[in-house]
Write a protein that binds this ligand. Structure first.
Ligand code: FES
Ligand code: FE
Length: 485
């Protein structure tokens, strides 16, 4: 089995020396694979027209590792280095996060020009706002002068973004509109050159706002593919869509961002064991759920772009707030979404949109796993509900989600313990070299005639294997900012 995983040669030599620093400093530069060795100088800052003057980055600063030997998606094996290695993490920022569509916010967070929400794309801070024409825009939240954030609030409403370091101010269209003591700058200084760096593409899908730094991306809808059908089981109950209840919960977890994204794509397997006590609490008898619930049947959607969703297909497979359950009009939902969706992805399922957006349909929980280094993440979680839900039902949903998958929720805490546990020991030298098993359900993916795309069994690692296959593909592909023009 081990033979299927191969760390690249410079990496292995370094491992034998036992020095992580040496290991990561001997990697071959990406220039060998026909790229310009990371960010081409002509492309740096391609999201803006800003001048670079005589600045030139040495190619060695952005060299890339060939990760082919770290993920064996056919054999179901994974090298733990992908959760711990600093250089791989930096490569993820360049090749996973810079080119992908990333979740930013929900449209219900913006109602009038100047409403804003600050978040991250990978580790890049961004402001999402409505401009004067009510267009959703997103900017890098970093002043063009010395780089401070121009907006330090989590959310709010404003007429412009004024940096509190020296006072440069930008309007809602990202233009630099005020520079204190501008007469001290040379004549060549033009405010037009120093606007905020804008995220070039923003698209929405049923209320979810996504952005990408890729100047020429495939459309968001195209990148979602068949996954959209599964997402609609949460987002499209109601012709008026969804709204956000309450604020955004944020908490820190000791764990690599992929551990959580992967689990939401693929892992129902842990439920009966990890959540045994929570299931006891929720069962009407207090003795745990009935056998037919424990031994669930269900399917797992496996997407070629790395997305994934798992869901039971059993009429009793809803652990939800009684109030919400009673309010739902299942006949109307069957008409709108079809039987297969109401009895499948609309049940107590889980899902991930590659790379780091996940959701739980029954809870109305949407969340993003913000990477904060290879061994840390911030979880940001929203509760969304159907717009037509009356206030008392919204409140029941909010409380139910808080109780189960809030930061101190009875399920969320179990999950957090697992992720932190896996991460905590993965840096051990011997531990790090021992491969992980993703072999459940190998070869089981098929078209099942009921759900779009390919599905596997509910208890399977198939979507996990696809998630890492996509990760490997992107990590080995030069991103838009590396292409020569
Ligand atoms: Fe923003 Fe100086 S860093 S004005
Ligand atoms: Fe869980």
């Amino acid at each position: 089995m081990e033979r299927c995983l191969q760390r690249n040669a410079p990496w292995n030599i370094a491992v034998r020396t036992g020095s992580l620093n040496a290991m990561t400093s001997t990697n071959r530069p990406a220039a060998e694979s026909g790229t310009c060795g990371g960010v081409c100088e002509s492309q740096r800052g391609a999201a803006t027209t800003a001048p670079r003057g005589a600045l030139q980055r040495p190619a060695a600063m952005t060299r890339n590792l060939d990760v082919s030997g770290l993920v064996d998606s056919d054999g179901g094996l994974l090298d733990r280095a992908i959760f711990t290695d600093e250089e791989l993490y930096r490569q993820e920022m360049r090749r996973i996060f810079a080119p992908s569509w990333l979740f930013l916010a929900h449209t219900d967070q913006f109602h009038k020009p100047g409403d804003f929400f600050t978040t991250y794309m990978g580790e890049d801070p961004v402001i999402v706002t409505l401009d004067k024409n009510r267009k959703i825009r997103a900017y890098l939240n970093s002043c063009r002068h010395r780089g401070a954030r121009v907006c330090r609030a989590d959310f709010g409403a404003t007429r412009n973004f004024t940096c509190t370091y020296h006072g440069w101010a930008y309007d809602l269209e990202g233009k630099l509109i005020s520079v204190p003591k501008q007469d001290g700058y040379p004549e060549s200084f033009d405010v037009k050159d120093w606007g905020l760096v804008e995220v070039p593409h923003i698209e929405t899908y049923h209320g979810l706002i996504f952005g990408t730094w890729n100047p020429q991306p495939v459309t968001l809808r195209e990148s979602l593919g068949d996954m959209a059908w599964y997402m609609d089981a949460m987002l499209d109950h109601d012709p008026d869509g969804t709204v956000v209840v309450g604020g955004v919960h944020k908490w820190v977890l000791d764990g690599n961002w992929k551990l959580t994204a992967e689990q939401f794509a693929t892992d129902w397997y842990h439920v009966n064991m990890s959540h045994a006590s929570a299931l006891m609490v929720l069962s009407p008898t207090g003795k745990g759920p009935k056998d037919e619930i424990i031994h669930r049947t269900g399917r797992q959607y496996v997407d070629p772009n790395g997305h994934g969703a798992g869901f039971p297909v059993h009429p009793r497979n809803r652990f939800d707030s009684q109030t919400v359950h009673e309010w739902m009009d299942y006949t109307a939902l069957r008409e709108r979404l079809g039987q297969a969706r109401v009895e499948g992805p609309m049940t107590t399922g889980h899902a991930t949109v590659f790379p780091n957006f996940s959701y739980l349909p029954v809870n109305g929980s949407i969340r993003i796993w913000h990477p904060k280094g290879p061994d840390k993440m911030e979880v940001w979680a929203w509760t969304i509900v159907d717009k037509s839900m009356p206030d008392e039902v919204r409140e029941a949903q909010r409380l139910y989600n808080l109780r189960t998958f809030g930061p101190s929720g009875i399920f969320e805490q179990d999950d957090g313990e697992n992720w932190s546990e896996v991460q905590a020991i993965s840096r051990g030298f011997i531990t790090n070299g021992v491969a992980l098993n993703y072999q459940m359900g190998i070869g089981s993916e098929r078209e099942d005639g009921r759900h779009p795309g390919k599905t596997s069994e509910l208890y399977s690692d198939a979507a996990g294997r696809a998630f890492y296959a996509r990760w490997r593909e992107l990590m080995n592909t030069p991103a838009w900012h590396e292409e020569k023009r």
